[in-house]
Ligand binder design. Sequence first.
Ligand code: MSP
Length: 526
Amino acid sequence: MPHETYSVTTPIYYVNAAPHLGTAYTTIAADTVCRYQRMNGRDVALVTGMDEHGQKVADTAAEHGMDPQAWCDSMEPAFRDAWEALDIQYTDFVRTTEPRHAITVKQFWQKLYDKGYLYKGAYEGWYCVHEETYYAESDLEKNGEGQFVCPDCKRPVQLMASGEENWFFKLSEFQQPLLDFYASHPDFIRPETRKNEVVSFVSRGLKDLSISRSTFDWGVPLPFDEGHVAYVWADALLAYLTGIGYGDEARAGEFEARWPMQYHFVGKDIIRFHCVIWPAMLLAAGMQVPYTVFGHGFLLTKGEKMSKSKGNALKPADLVSIFGVDAYRYYFMSDVQFGADGAISMERMVQVYNNELANTWGNLVSRVMNMTKKYFNGQVPQACADACENPLRPLAEALYEKYDAAMADVDFTAAAAAVQELAARANRYIEEMEPFKLAKDPDKQQELASVMYNLLEAIRVIALYMAPFAPNTSAEVFRRLGLGDIQDVHDIKVASAWGQLPAGNAIEVGAPLFPRLDVDDLPEFE
Ligand code: MSP
């Protein structure tokens, strides 16, 4: 671990659409990692925000008969509310139209201008407004009418007027420095498949990048040529700096402590911006480059990438109201292998909910709490001296290493499976030890006490490791065990060492954590 601060970003989302399952997915992943690292005592920053400039936003605002700023302002609650509903603990929410961000953008590009990395020239070529991306003609596809269309979103592309002068960033000079950087920083692009894709793209050669536009003014004016606004990507990427206090006197020292960041979490659609343009910009500025860009796959419904423009109407809040926020987070993190494309469906979500949350975790907690109430008057019993000899302890003791390695791999599926294994083992332990029989035998009271203690202790450990996925349920289990606020745990390794649940604690049975759901009356994912 390079340093004890731990800074993570989500993409800075376009404001032309409200958050949907895809954007929520990236955001939950970033938050899950951050929550875990807080439990490891790290000083975490999670930066998210809204990408508000550029032609697409200006066009969308115009379609709604609004000026662009008013349109962006009207979208902010949709983002803030969605992240609140999903329990995202972000530390900064950067709007690229904020004055503090304009300062970052101006300072940064002025620096590159001063260093001689920018020049003015004419751009002739193709541009997709929806993707806010330049394309070479050889990359384009044709539609049925013979029109050139964007290879990503399949919308017609625009030919940019040859008369338009742009500022260019000498990206082509960074081909070799980038290839060297990838080679010496093997963790910079993950997973491996994305790295191969980026390396082969860069190996084919890089063209200089147009970083300004002068045909519209919805953007940050470049300080050395005010008639030009920064290209939306030349603006939005810099929000990562703004979000940790770059150039902000009130946050003096924070940027230095937090840079370079640990992770940029992005979807694979925007990997080139983050793995080619962004590091080249930083190298040109003489700055360090973040440790890792993780490009995850797409959520698929019926075999296709889900996105709002394809008419997918199911919103994160709809799923939260059916499943609850914890089950929502757990399903997307555990069931879709992070890094690969993954199918999601209502049937599968219900299945995971019923099997892993209701039957395995929820049922374990309610059985053990009920038995504790019945046999020990609702108090954690004292384990006998040989209580260490039980099958749960070694599993619980091996958990930190397994889970931590999975998290380092950003393998949420493996991390969740490791916790499930302990919960499933604890359920089997109940069948093996039959506490309900022990309870009837006056000679077996000490054994009963130990069995129940082991189960309660396993429940405590499970709650700790489920907390990054299911923060509310874990907090509730802690409360029912008579323990303090789980958010105060800042050393999960020490906190999860076996045998710390105090005997005598009053427990509370409470309502089922995950009431069973029936799939028949639920809406479909589109
Ligand atoms: N504004 C840019 C990002 C600038 S970052 C400096 C942008 N915004 S976006 O609103 O279009 O968000 C794209 C991101 O949303 C993807 O990279 C991905 O993280 C997420 N997803 C959108 N659709 C998705 C799926 N179907 N599946 C998974 N994630 C998806 O691009």
